[in-house]
Design a protein around this ligand. Sequence first.
Ligand code: GDP
Length: 139
Amino acid sequence: MTERTLAIIKPDAVARHLAGAIIQRVEADGFAIRAMRRVELSQAQAEGFYAVHRERPFFASLTRFMASGPAIVMVLEAPDAIRKWRSAMGATDPARADAGTIRKQFAESIERNATHGSDAPDTAAFEIGYFFAGCELVP
Ligand code: GDP
């Protein structure tokens, strides 16, 4: 079933000029880029995006990082896109990520880990709606 997921090229990867390489990987893996935009999140916008993590010990550090510079947000479409993109990214911690995954190749640390991907259909719907209006995503 065709599905959409929200992907982010995080500020660490944009700062290191890895956006092109990551977008190349997105296309090589067969995702359609349905929408894409460069964003510079405020601290409040980063906190809103990661609100589910507000009780986690790394919340302040994570949201400061996400607001630290430009990022690129994308809506990716493919059959089974949520699982497929998370599998392309690899484990959260690059030390645990499999060879051939984006995080193994590009992440600096468990926090500065190059990319984001929605983890379930309900979070994908929230996250896509956080950055893109419905009229930008009309089939
Ligand atoms: P994801 O779904 O693989 O992105 O991982 P999570 O939803 O668990 O965490 C969200 C983001 O928080 C991760 O992508 C990391 O940027 C960051 N993060 C996760 N775990 C840690 C941690 O233990 N320490 C720090 N500093 N950041 C973390």
